[in-house]
Write a protein that binds this ligand. Structure first.
Ligand SMILES: Cc1ncc(COP(=O)(O)O)c(C=O)c1O
Length: 385
């Protein structure tokens, strides 16, 4: 029998106990005016989070999945449009593509960063697509579908290599929506701009999740779209609220996809601690790197590319015998996870895309080797050891 977990994979109890007074204060405040939906708490969180991301606008929504779907809709995705992403991500990325009417196309990830490999993207765009003579837009050669956009996923807290991705997007007239659901506060050094850029400020728009286990998590569901484009922000606002900018005047059909006031208030409280929590995750990650160096290469630790400052949403290592390692950790009462065990192109849900084993070799190899170790701001040195 395995021990009950002594070192959890993630501890969500302690931070909420520590912030209990402030969090309960938010509830009391909302109870005093019954402003449960929309209103000043949502608006002030939106301003604060936009500032945090160095983006001009933030629109609070119901989840990261909604944020992605609404961003695709606001970007003008039409039925059958190709949207390119990676197979090593959570299914929400691709669910949102399909739900917005798009057609999923995968390109493989990079060997060292686990995020979209710009060379694989280039290969797809240059060998599988062409400019359509009539529409003058990029289409997939075989299917004649319009290629509309690219969704780099800033996975595990590290941004994708955005300069080449943005450059290709510009060249072919494609939108870039960052899936920043795991990357609140992550940074990318843009050589082109000679400046550090925050996740959420680089593409046409970005989607964030505030699922409780995220670096910035709600006490329930929540998400946000960030953008620098005012018209885009207005569009997302309408989509999240039944297609109305004015009550009962509907310009289109939308969704009930709003962020509620209590969650927004709680997120504002937690946002004040996010920079410190992210620093703590980074320190823990660097300590893991040092500790695991003793394993002489048997444990491959994550590479933090020189052009990124990861916020280590997850600390993902690779080993040859994952099952044995996880069994050993479980026996010792240490939590672990796998993000993600089956690449999306091999999931039953995507059988219809017609992929087979071997189509995305880097993702497939890593899916068999990756293990996520405990990672959360309160993790102690002793626990890490
Ligand atoms: C990469 C990625 N994209 C999208 C999502 C969806 O976010 P949510 O669970 O808030 O809908 C998540 C959350 O798990 C995620 O990790």
């Amino acid at each position: 029998m395995t021990n009950p977990t002594k070192i959890p994979f993630l501890d969500l109890v302690i931070p909420h106990q520590e912030l209990q007074e402030e969090l309960l204060g938010v509830v009391k405040n909302v109870f005093s005016n019954a402003g449960f939906i929309g209103g000043p708490m949502v608006e002030s969180f939106e301003r604060e989070f936009a500032d945090f991301c160095n983006a001009k606008y933030c629109i609070g929504v119901n989840s990261g999945t909604d944020a992605l779907r609404f961003a695709f809709m606001a970007a003008g995705v039409r039925s059958g449009d190709v949207i390119i992403t990676v197979p090593n991500t959570f299914i929400a990325t691709t669910e949102a593509i399909t739900q917005a009417g798009g057609q999923i196309v995968f390109v493989d990830i990079h060997e060292q960063t686990y995020t979209m490999d710009p060379e694989r993207l280039r290969e797809y765009l240059e060998t599988k697509c062409e400019i359509d003579g009539a529409s003058k837009s990029l289409v997939e050669r075989k299917s004649r579908r319009r290629v509309a956009g690219i969704v780099p996923v800033h996975l595990y807290g590290q941004t994708a290599d955005m300069d080449p991705i943005l450059e290709m997007a510009k060249k072919y007239g494609l939108f870039v929506i960052e899936d920043a659901c795991q990357a609140h506060g992550a940074e990318y050094f843009s050589k082109k701009e000679n400046a550090w850029r925050r996740a959420g400020s680089m593409g046409k728009a970005a989607a964030f999740s505030f699922y409780p286990g995220k670096n910035l998590g709600a006490c329930g569901e929540g998400g946000a779209v960030t953008t620098n484009d005012e018209a885009f922000a207005q569009q997302v606002k309408m989509i999240r609220d039944h297609g109305q900018a004015k009550k009962y005047y509907h310009d289109m059909e939308g969704y009930n996809g709003r962020l509620d006031a209590i969650q927004a208030g709680w997120l504002s409280v937690k946002l004040r601690h996010l920079a410190k929590w992210n620093e703590s995750r980074r320190a823990l990650a660097h300590r893991y790197h040092d500790l695991l160096a003793e394993a002489n290469g048997a444990v491959v630790t994550p590479l933090e590319a020189s052009w990124t400052r990861s916020v280590y949403h997850l600390y993902v290592v690779r080993v040859q015998d994952r099952e044995a390692l996880q069994a050993y950790l479980a026996e010792a009462g240490i939590g672990s996870g796998i993000h993600y065990p089956i690449p999306l192109h091999l999931q039953k849900a995507y059988q219809h895309l017609g992929h087979k084993k071997g189509d995305f070799p880097v993702t497939e190899r890593f899916a068999a080797e990756i293990v996520s170790l405990p990672m959360f701001p309160g993790l102690t040195n002793g626990q890490q050891e």
